[in-house]
Ligand binder design. Sequence first.
Ligand code: HAM
Length: 426
Amino acid sequence: MGRSLQKPRGTQDILPSEQRYWFWVEDTWREIMLAAGFGRIITPTFEDTDLFVRGVGETTDIVSKEIYSFKDRSGNAIALRPEGTAGVVRSYIENGMHKEPQPVKLYYFGSMFRYDRPQAGRYREFYQAGVELLGELDPIVDAQIIAIVMKFYAKLGLKDLTVQINSIGDAKSRPKIHRALIDFLSAHRRSLCEDCKRRMAKNPLRVLDCKEKSCQSVVDEAGGVVLDNLNTESKNYFTKVLEYLDDMGVEYELNPRLVRGLDYYTHTVFEVMTKTGGLSVGAGGRYDGLVKLLGGPDTPAVGFAVGVERTIELVKTQGVNVPEPMRPNVFVVQLGDEAKKKAILVIDQLDKAGYQVAHALGRGSIKSQLRVADRLGTNLAVIIGEREVHSKSVIIRDLTDGAQESIIDRDMLRTVQRKLKERKNR
Ligand code: HAM
């Protein structure tokens, strides 16, 4: 016998018993997004590798260490998407959405792939619920995206969340920030880890993301260097975003160290964290240069992505009361060949009347069929044996207390309806 097959490291099987949480997150996301005027977009799970190299940034961890890339059979360089924004922007350009009235408001839900070190809340295939708003540059839009996202988490029933927010300035302030950061970091070079020494020259903002203990005191101060070197426009923009958040009653925490792991950000960056655990359940920001960088017209944009697995984990640990997915309300049990034929008609009749009907027509014994009903959580059964075929009747049994009565066929639907109503009122 061969070695038993297992799922790849860092992936998950999401079984039926888990789906109520997935429905809860995905349905809530859809509701919030449609109500706010966003349209759903589905883009490919794989794209040309070049899209992410250019879009997310060659020196980011996501591209340099974590991307799943390969040559397809024609020799094209392909990558599984590590995030959703670059693909949405490519689609925006390719489909001429920049010619439509702006802003263009899009949302998505899908799996992303990163060759990350798997641990709790970190997977190699994970899902994001994302939102992108393209074609509008106004601090109120940044605030609105944050407000919508917080409304989503609140609607899910989550508590203990906070938005951390920062500005890394517009493209014009970037050279000055880089210069100031390099000066500052060079002066503290000896306290930096090897990674940071390397990052410093190429992408000094990345140093702010360093988790090494030895770098912390320098990194804390480096955050201040960024804020101090924002140009007036960027400072004013950021102040306005914060004012609008105050007006909207959205709580936030300033975090001068927040820079994010993707190169496309400008101006506002934000991350939704648990207050107590510091876990990132979603993140986003403004990316005014990306559309142009990928070959489109100069177009501002802002977006956010929810980490679905982490959000679901919180829903569970916080004991949120998640609705049960639809349960079948009637189970049809049959015994014998003739009864099976009659059962098909009864199932059809109940189905047409709008009930969720379950059955186990492949099973012989009543006991094994009732076991299936029990597993599905169905409370009412319609039972048909040979005797019921001949007497043109059915047995209707309440599966919680075992009470049952014989009902003539003509009254079957009406009785099912009455019983279900009684149950609801109990
Ligand atoms: P990101 O911060 O890389 O941003 O990812 C967003 C969220 O995805 C994180 O906050 C986290 O909850 C979740 N996440 C990331 N990596 C993993 C992983 N390996 N396992 C489980 N969950 C993970 C982006 O991807 C940007 N595209 C967000 C954005 C949209 N910015 C503008 N628009």
